[in-house]
Ligand binder design. Structure first.
Ligand code: CP
Length: 331
């Protein structure tokens, strides 16, 4: 494994190997397999879980972590190749990356899309250029996808079900006052479909995920003999679910032109007990951070079927596995 930047780059076997290694690290917290190795993380956006879990993951494996926030704790970065750098950025990504590769052993990045132009932002140039210019393994800590979160999610699912194949996975949009990144939803759907779950995506009209990810999910479902469905009715979609994964995301149809009045029509898209009662006694999870009593009621998130904290804990275990696997590529 050279990099860990997208779920669709990896076979189910590779992902299963990571999950087995994650379970090993869950039961064996400390080792020195990454002694003297340095992880450098670049955060263009805030984080609680990702920053702390990566810090602990490399430290508990004997390594070291340095984190920068370009434009805040380090120089602002220009992304575009060939740019005439007459704006605010002091340094080009190419130079930053080449220098960081002289210092560190693994690079990781978080850079959310800017909600201006999806056709441009879906190219994920910052991640692609980072991979292109880096001589060291790269980890995606959330750009337009969030593979580390999806690995933590599938671990929590596989820990609860003996066989996940054909279990009904409902990825449901839920109301949040702001348009959010589609990254978690993209990776969650690709991951669950790769493991053979029946996929239902529930979202309001004109809130469909990007076609690239939908096609990827459909392809996985076809290959696994499982079902794929998109529904505009949350209550119908959730019926008989075995696992309910809630996430809010911004409408790609309103990208760069957020229409609050349309968005606010969907305030009843909340995961509550009434809807969970329609499921097959489903587990509930969310990537966190979550807006309580907007996306999910206290009653559901605090119930014994809620896996939100286990999934968050899994970030630590799966990221240790990713770091350990990538260490095979360290020079
Ligand atoms: N789920 C997740 O990535 O959390 P943070 O944004 O706090 O890192």
């Amino acid at each position: 494994m050279k990099n860990f930047v997208a779920i669709e780059d990896h076979t189910r076997q590779e992902l299963n190997e990571l999950l087995e290694l994650a379970e090993h690290f869950k039961n064996n917290k400390f080792s020195d397999i990454l002694k003297y190795k340095t992880l450098i993380t670049m955060f263009f956006n805030p984080s609680t879980r990702t920053r702390i879990s990566f810090d602990l993951a490399i430290t508990q494996l004997g390594g070291h972590h340095v984190s920068i926030e370009p434009g805040k704790s380090s120089w602002g970065i220009e992304i575009k190749e060939g740019a005439i750098m007459d704006k605010d950025a002091e340094e080009h990504l190419k130079d930053t990356v080449k220098v960081l590769c002289k210092y560190g052993d693994i690079l990781a990045i978080r850079s959310f899309p800017k909600f201006k132009n999806w056709e441009e932002e879906k190219k994920d140039l910052i991640l692609k250029n980072l991979v292109k210019w880096s001589t060291k393994p790269v980890i995606n800590m959330e750009t337009i996808s969030h593979p580390c979160q999806a690995l933590a999610m599938i671990k929590v699912i596989k820990d609860k079900f003996e066989n996940v194949k054909k279990k009904k996975f409902v990825l449901t949009w839920a109301y949040h006052p702001k348009p959010l990144n589609t990254a978690v939803a993209n990776s969650a759907g690709v991951m669950a479909s790769k493991f053979g779950m029946d996929i239902v995506i529930a979202n309001p009209p004109n809130y469909d995920l990007d076609d690239f990810y939908l096609q990827e999910m459909k392809k996985n479902c076809r290959e696994n003999g499982s079902n794929f469905e998109i529904s505009n009715n949350m209550k119908e979609a959730i019926k008989g679910a075995d696992f309910v994964y809630a996430k809010s995301w911004g409408s790609l149809a309103q990208y760069g032109n957020f229409q609050k009045d349309i968005h606010n029509q969907y305030k009843d898209w909340i995961v509550d007990k009434e809807k969970m009662d329609l499921t097959n006694n489903a587990y509930f999870s969310h990537c966190l951070p979550v807006r309580r009593n907007l996306i999910v009621t206290d009653e559901v998130i605090d119930s014994e079927k809620s896996l939100v904290y286990e999934e968050a804990e899994n970030r630590l275990h799966v990221q240790k596995a990713i770091l350990a696997k990538l260490s095979g590529n360290m020079k």
